[in-house]
Ligand binder design. Sequence first.
Ligand code: HEC
Ligand code: HEC
Ligand code: HEC
Length: 801
Amino acid sequence: MRPWWTGRVPLFWSVVFTLVLVWLVLTWALPYAAMWVTGGDRPLPVPGALQVIYLVLALVGAAVYVSISDESMREFLRPLVAFLRGPASGEQFFRLARLAVLLLVPVAAGAIVHARSVPAVGPPTSLRIQHPTIPGAYERLKNPFRQPTDEAVKKWMDETKAAGSLETGRRAYVQAALIEGRLIFQINCRPCHGAAADGQGPMAWGFRLKPADFTDPGMIATVVEAYAFWRVREGGPGLPPEGSPWDSAMPIWKQDLTDEQTWKAILAAYDLAGVEPRKPEKLQSSRLTANAWAQSAPPPDTAESLERGKAIYVKRCLVCHGEKGDGRGPVAPYLDPRPRDFVTGSFKLRTTQSGEPPTDEDLLRVVTRGVPGTAMPGWTTLSEQERRLVIAYIKTFSDAFKETRTVVKPARDVSASPELIAKGKALYQQAKCWECHGQGGRGDGPAAPTLTDDPGDFVQAANVTKGWRMKGGREARDIFMRFSAGMDGTPMPSFVDSFSEDDRWALAHYVKSLQTDEEPGAPVVLKALRIAGEVPRDPDDPRWSRAPFLAVPLAGQVLAKPRWQTHSVDAVSVRAYYSDSAIAFLLEWDDRFKDIRHESGPDPTLGQFTYPPRDLRAKRTEKLRDAVRLQFPVPIPTAFERPHFFLGSAGRPVALWHWQADLDAAGKNPVVKEWAEGFQKPVSAQADSGQDVTGRGVWKDGRWKVVMVRSLAPRERERDVTFEPGRLIPFAVQAWDGFNGDKGLMMSLSSWVFVTLDAPVPLTARLSSLLAVVLTGLGEWWLVRRVRLAGPLTGPPLDGA
Ligand code: HEC
Ligand code: HEC
Ligand code: HEC
């Protein structure tokens, strides 16, 4: 008896269908199911060897099933034989089609073998366990500020002379811990985890493994608080191997925060994210619904709605913008630019005339999007209703909002054309935009070093080539608005009266055309091309323009003291060539000013917690150099385990190629080779005998171009990487901008990315694909002959059945 499902479908096709199904499950369904079960953010592929085993099993199963009897064998082969024999009357079209298939099969076999035997170098898959098991020592800990003991509350009430019952005292005690926790969180955790605890902090940009999003119900809401406490104290380096410690930027906070501060920060993290920790006895996670009222219909402009707006402000905005709205919140001293002072009523991102306050829609847009490149986050974690409520509240800080406003809107949209862009280019000269923004738009104009805003703080002229950092948006319409309305409180003037609307569209499209396409994105592998003869040593060598680039995102160094979130370099483009004997890297990054002297002062004093406050007015006495550094693991890790991306780890060292602008300017070898085994230990220069990297840097129009060259094998193999074609070699980039005050650990850094030397196709790969073509061809020939001459099987005629 036949199974029901072969009733219609011929046996041959049902076998093919089943095999395809098995393959789909292996390559697609299982990885996604595993992602769903483990709560990861990407599919977990089935290991290659396992895939082969399952496929072979499926094939064997199919073969056994098909060859169970002569009858089923014949039935199975029927479509194949029918195809090879062709219809009784030979039709031209069918013959051609059959010939094509017969030719294609060996070619396809050759191609598959070729693809399999050429060493494929893709980005490494990262298998990561989201929540590894908590170590026993932490398991039983409880947050002493969530359910405080009576003694703790009484002691606190005595100390603070708080009146009232034990119950009110308890509530006040928890509230005080929460307020302090918010501050600890906003200063120390916000740069990565974001002001709204949504994982969108300004430093998240530079880390490949993104900071945890606490508002995600699958994150800290599914763990007990002791788990979070363990993770905060021990950080990425404290993770077990399956948690991939080498990619996690999560710092080891036990070095910088007390246990009490850590518990308070965790209390605040849950509160800001609007989730509750898992109760040890309960299994599901719970999400607070405290914000539910805010989703309801908009309340009229009443005292009550202002109260609601104020509550949101106090919880979300006060840390930066201050209790009085004057921009002097406790986090403000660490930020550059400083948070807006709402009392002056002067705003940057408006559609209104210069000197006028913004419209409600302008405010809604900026509160929703945030201000890229600054600490001002986008508040999509708040409902639109909540955003409108808080906006209504911040308007009460200034009388300016009582005045009338004139909206500066373009009458129509004009799209770009080469003529318009050429006209814009001329206007850019005429309007002297270059005085501040520089000829290339990188913010390096002659007036740029001395610009200050109304409060007297140094302000950078925008680098308009970085679309991702445009505060008001990167589209031509946004750019049009910025220089039409001006940016109040800054030197950026309004040009609405000096140029016609058509001229302003021309300028807007020209400025937009300056945006670079070297924007960091998803790719993490740099391909080094092979070059005949010598590798290019000059940064301006025209051959560089033909090499593919990898745009690497960088974050401020916020992993260890002294932390640095006001870094300057946020992207470095890397290119590489190699020859028979040497390899050359070209690193390019925007830097407004060329700093080629180095006279460093004492280390900065740290503020309240772990960050040095940022002084925007101090006259700099230090002269600090620009520099860039390439980091390689030694030796190249074979397994998944890499050193920490920030200066390696104990027992997993890294070699550093450190190019320094002052050495270059002085005509010395500008690249010092260094050695590090974790950021806790100082970086040391390698011995003179190992110094084998040379280099050269050129600064022009607000951009450094630096070439570093070394032979493929280092002089001392124990102290540096050996480059071999076809291998995936991790590297990381670090950069310093002297003008910005970068020095020592106060720098920009990247996570691990990878370089691979484009390998020539190995001879064995060519031979084996040739062999595959020949063998498949022979097999076909044999089959065709058998079918034609004898018929493969005896039995009823195949045709006309
Ligand atoms: C330099 C960036 C950075 C800073 C600063 C930082 N974190 Fe993290 N944190 C991360 C990254 C990246 C992850 C995700 C990788 C991991 O789990 O280690 C993470 C993960 C976590 C987790 C684990 C979440 C989970 O469900 O597994 C907790 C809890 C946490 N951070 C809390 C904090 C707290 C509290 C602070 C401030 C005291 C802080 N972090 C500061 C980068 C940072
Ligand atoms: C982590 C600090 C931080 C927090 C929290 C924060 N802001 Fe800001 N905000 C800033 C900074 C810094 C700027 C200035 C950006 C600039 O000058 O380019 C800013 C600017 C603004 C501006 C002015 C935009 C303009 O056009 O000039 C508004 C409005 C604003 N914030 C509203 C809010 C609201 C509402 C909240 C709370 C829901 C909030 N901010 C929370 C840091 C913060
Ligand atoms: C006196 C110096 C000065 C001149 C002249 C000047 N700018 Fe600016 N511009 C600035 C400064 C400073 C900023 C950044 C303000 C900030 O970020 O707070 C800026 C910002 C901008 C921005 C906004 C970028 C963003 O982040 O959204 C654009 C666009 C812009 N300028 C275009 C122009 C154009 C076009 C001209 C000539 C018509 C011009 N600027 C002339 C100083 C100047």
